[in-house]
Design a protein around this ligand. Structure first.
Ligand code: PNS
Length: 161
């Protein structure tokens, strides 16, 4: 059984992330979306909220599990018995960071392979940070995120007003 682990901050989960999960779910037996707990970051959404939003957004896919993890990605890979890490590549500018991360992970754990997938061109420019900025500045962000994420962002913005 082929299991792939898709890690990220997902603050918030976007249509670009969903695009990748949809593609991976058609290739792998199981896709584990793993939300990273990163104490160094100041996220908009709690880990629990992010896990919940992703579960709702991927509800149409029977072979997708959503979890959170703290610590090293290579350890999470082992814990969930996944065969590879999945990461998205949107543009050439993503490549350097992704290459470094993939090689560091493989240097720590030689069995850790990283698979890269590209979203559709419409989703290639979508990023969580830009979605947050557009939302906070009153722009139309709904087209870039799944419906459950749209609702959660609207609630946060209403709370800030
Ligand atoms: O969505 P992001 O913020 O680009 O995801 C980055 C993430 C969470 C995949 C990366 O920071 C990570 O793997 N964090 C876990 C800690 C770790 O293993 N660090 C060493 C990476 S070489």
């Amino acid at each position: 059984m082929n299991k792939v682990l898709y890690p990220g901050s997902f603050d918030p989960f976007t249509n670009g992330h969903l695009d990748l999960v949809n593609r991976a779910a058609g290739i792998f037996d199981t896709v584990i979306v793993a939300v990273a707990v990163n104490p160094g970051k100041n996220p908009l959404f709690s880990i629990g909220d992010r896990v919940e939003m992703i579960r709702k957004s991927c509800g149409h896919l029977g072979n997708v599990e959503v979890v959170s993890f703290h610590g090293l990605l290579v350890d999470a890979l082992e814990r969930y018995k996944a065969h590879a890490v999945l990461r998205g590549l949107r543009a050439f500018s993503d490549f350097e960071y992704e290459l470094q991360m993939a090689l560091m992970n493989r240097s720590m754990r030689s069995a850790c392979e990283t698979i890269f997938m590209m979203p559709t061109p419409e989703n290639s420019f979508v990023s969580s940070s830009m979605v947050k900025e557009i939302a906070h500045l009153g722009g139309d962000f709904a087209q870039y995120v799944p419906a459950p994420v749209k609702e959660a962002i609207e609630q946060v913005i209403e709370g800030e007003l």
